[in-house]
Design a protein around this ligand. Structure first.
Ligand code: ZN
Length: 484
């Protein structure tokens, strides 16, 4: 996408935060010697000598591979073989995953619900340290109204790069504008589903017609267009009818916050004279194209209907705790056969301590263990294959031939892993979730390293933080001026 004049300053910022790229190209061999470039413009990549990597197999069973290697070409995994069967000299770029204590590799994690343009609001929750969280939340639209499109784009760069550092390579963004998120997705190479609100108080011009306009002009976009409404009670019957039509015509995904609180349930009853599940059913939206975030206050028979229809569900235990939303009935969904459709999400920086999915998995485990413990393998699936399924990304979330090369490299000799049981390498998965919080060593998206040796290759992080700090203070100034 070409950045238009609106983004004049942002273009300069983008150029500044991109500067590092050139330097890195010149310095292809890193100083610890894990990378070896045999051919300058490399096409084939060998991730060699991996002590352990984890993936679900074709039958969705969690497996570990010991001392294997992965071959990648044109962003796709070509082969997975025991290391002895592959000769490093046959490949253009070789990453030796066995060096310096070794590396554990996982598929890139998938964050199924986020609001990346809100990154500049970090620390806005510190405004009130009192008891009334609703009062604090009510202030957020005021903050957001002060953000320019440029702020939103830079905010999204901040958010997506933080997710990448923690091993997230795919994000379902739910917001009210397309271009700033598209620009940030392209800059960071993150896989992004760009869910745009079709009914928004902040942007009244948002409508299903806007989606049709976007569909015409964005064939080559980096992010994938989807539709969203903040809450069903905010969307009119006409809008929901149109959403159904657009899904039918273009096979788009649709998402909304669902039954996040009792208040939302009541508002829906007031506006639509139906409960939320009935609204979805009435407008033909109770199906695989729909992804519901939170989905807390549902009756048992409603959970059964949602599960039967294979609607995607995003569980956000930290957000639910912070906002006192209630407890997601995980085991009810699970026991009714809905597990495969449950993924995890971060929400925005206002609703989560840090933008990673590993601590969210751990929060899910500790939240629901009063009933029964969620197994580590199930949490792993929620971060990978379940999310890929509900987001309709069938070639993501596994390390198998034919899948997209979205890989995260974690240092093995790390307190997040060691000590573990060598006779049962699955203990590494238990450890990465329980003792998570480590930054990924390297991150690859679609066969391209975006983080190498903990350094972002596409964004000058130091410059980015300077810019975000400036922008954040500008926003505070604007709010202060309003209040004076
Ligand atoms: Zn949300």
């Amino acid at each position: 996408m070409v950045l238009n004049n609106k983004y004049k300053h942002m273009r300069e910022f983008f150029t500044e935060i991109r500067k590092e790229r050139e330097k890195i190209k010149e310095n292809k061999r890193d100083k610890h010697g894990r990378y070896r470039v045999n051919k300058a413009d490399y096409e084939t990549i060998l991730i060699h000598n991996i002590p352990y990597f984890f993936t679900c197999d074709e039958a969705d069973k969690l497996k570990y591979f010991k001392n294997h290697s992965i071959v990648i070409k044109e962003g796709i995994i070509l082969e997975v073989k025991p290391k002895e069967e592959l000769d490093p000299n046959d490949f253009d770029l070789v990453y030796d995953a066995g060096k310096r204590g070794g590396t554990v590799i996982t598929p890139g994690f998938i964050n199924a619900h986020a609001h990346p343009p809100m990154y500049l609001l970090r620390s806005s929750m510190d405004l009130d340290e009192g008891d009334n969280i609703d009062e604090t939340l009510d202030k957020l639209p005021k903050w957001e109204s002060k953000m320019t499109e440029e702020d939103l784009a830079l905010s999204t760069v901040g958010d997506l790069t933080e997710q990448q550092k923690f091993g997230v390579t795919t994000t379902f963004s739910h917001y009210n504008c397309f271009d700033p998120i598209e620009a940030a997705a392209k800059l960071t190479n993150q896989n992004v589903i760009n869910g745009i609100s079709v009914a928004s108080h902040v942007s009244p011009e948002n409508s299903p017609a806007l989606i049709e306009k976007l569909l015409k002009g964005k064939n080559n976009s980096h992010s994938k267009l989807a539709m969203a409404v903040h809450y069903l009670y905010k969307a009119s019957p006409e809008v929901l009818e149109k959403v159904r039509e657009l899904i039918k015509k273009h096979d788009l995904l649709f998402t909304c916050h669902m039954s996040e609180s009792e208040r939302v349930v009541e508002e829906t009853l007031k506006n639509h004279k139906m409960r939320e599940v009935e609204v979805l059913e009435h407008y033909g939206l109770l199906n695989k194209n729909t992804i519901l975030s939170h989905a807390i206050h549902l009756r048992d028979e409603e959970i059964a209907r949602v599960t039967k229809a294979e609607v995607g569900i995003v569980h956000l235990p930290t957000s639910n705790r912070i906002h006192k939303s209630g407890v997601f009935p995980y085991w009810k969904y699970h026991d009714m056969g809905g597990f495969k459709n449950i993924a995890l999400g971060t929400d925005s920086v206002v609703s989560k301590s840090r933008l990673d999915i590993l601590t969210e998995a751990y929060r899910a485990r500790t939240t629901h263990l009063y009933i029964k413990t969620i197994k580590f393998g199930s949490l792993f699936k929620m971060m990978t294959i379940n999310a890929a399924k509900i987001l309709n990304m069938p070639k993501h979330g596994k390390i198998l031939p034919g899948y997209k090369a979205d890989l995260v490299f974690w240092k093995l000799k790390d307190r997040g892993f060691v000590p573990f049981d060598r006779n049962n390498p699955f203990t590494l998965i238990g450890n990465i979730i329980t003792h998570s919080g480590r930054v990924a060593r390297d991150v690859m998206i679609g066969g391209h390293f975006v983080i190498r040796s903990r350094k972002h290759l596409l964004v000058n992080e130091s410059r980015l933080l300077d810019i975000l700090q400036e922008k954040h203070m500008c926003m505070r100034e604007k709010i202060k001026t309003d209040q004076d």
